[in-house]
Design a protein around this ligand. Structure first.
Ligand SMILES: [Zn+2]
Length: 262
């Protein structure tokens, strides 16, 4: 082995300067190293230790899938808290008073937006988003999904999600099928479009609340309302009924793991 090769090998093996210097001094039967090679050894010596790196963030737990590997369909979120989740569908009526109400009272809502209703004024829903609303996916034209092929269903879900990603800077990950009508093809299409879950509802409200289950509201119920005329007045009436039962509107983001939104 030539001295030069030995030097490279041992430097790579992070031998200390002291050990190398001893090696050079004893000679080991070789010629003494030139001064520039010694300088190289010294410069290769470890100096200060690298600063500690921040621990890697914990991996985000993905949204759970059904036994069939497809996104689940929810109408209620498991909790013992007296909270309900208000979802507002379609987007036909664009009442400025409603934005003000959501903003001023910081009421968490999720909008399942249908593109045909939104496209004449995407800005209205941007105002709602800025007031704290989540903008999620409710197709392009509100079809009965079960009458469509897989490719057609996928187009309805993926294309509206793409449009909203461009408009609102966040791509939807939650989907509600029009009329709540879906099949496993819908769930497959939703999965292919990046949806983490599908949502139905437990109550519909238009001022008064219509219950699917007797006994009023239950913890974690999802409530469905629509963008309709007089919606602000009706929404206030609904809020009163929710409060009267000791419930509070809550945000999906506070009750669903982060994996539902990434
Ligand atoms: Zn709808």
């Amino acid at each position: 082995m030539t001295p030069g090769r030995r030097l490279v090998f041992r430097t790579a093996a992070t031998v200390t300067v002291a050990a190398l210097a001893a090696d050079v001094m004893t000679g080991c039967g070789r010629a003494a190293l030139p001064a520039h090679a010694l300088a190289q050894i010294r410069s290769a010596a470890p100096t200060t230790p690298p600063p500690p790196t921040a621990p890697a963030p914990a991996p985000v737990r993905p949204a759970p899938l059904g036994h069939d590997g497809l996104p689940e369909v929810h109408s209620q979120i498991k909790t013992t808290d007296k909270v309900v989740f208000i979802t507002v569908d379609d987007g036909w009526q664009k009442d400025p008073g409603f934005v003000k109400l959501i903003r001023d009272r910081k009421i968490p809502i999720t909008v399942f937006l249908m593109n045909d209703a939104a496209k004449e004024n995407y800005g209205y829903f941007r105002q709602l988003q800025q007031a704290g609303a989540l903008i999620e996916d409710h197709t392009l034209i509100h079809p009965v999904m079960t009458r469509l092929s897989y490719a057609q269903q996928k187009y309805q879900i993926c294309h509206s999600a793409d449009l909203y990603a461009r408009q609102y800077g966040v791509r939807p990950t939650l989907f509600r099928a029009p009329y709540g009508i879906s099949n496993n093809t819908t769930r497959r299409a939703a999965k292919a479009c990046g949806m983490r879950a599908l949502f139905l509802w437990k109550e519909t409200a238009r001022g008064t609340i219509l219950y699917q289950v007797r006994g009023g509201l239950h913890p974690g119920d999802v409530i469905l309302v629509h963008f309709l005329p007089h919606m602000t007045r009706n929404f206030l009436a609904m809020l009163k009924r929710i409060e009267k039962q000791g419930f509070t509107p809550a945000a999906f983001k506070d009750y669903l793991p982060a994996g539902y939104f990434q």
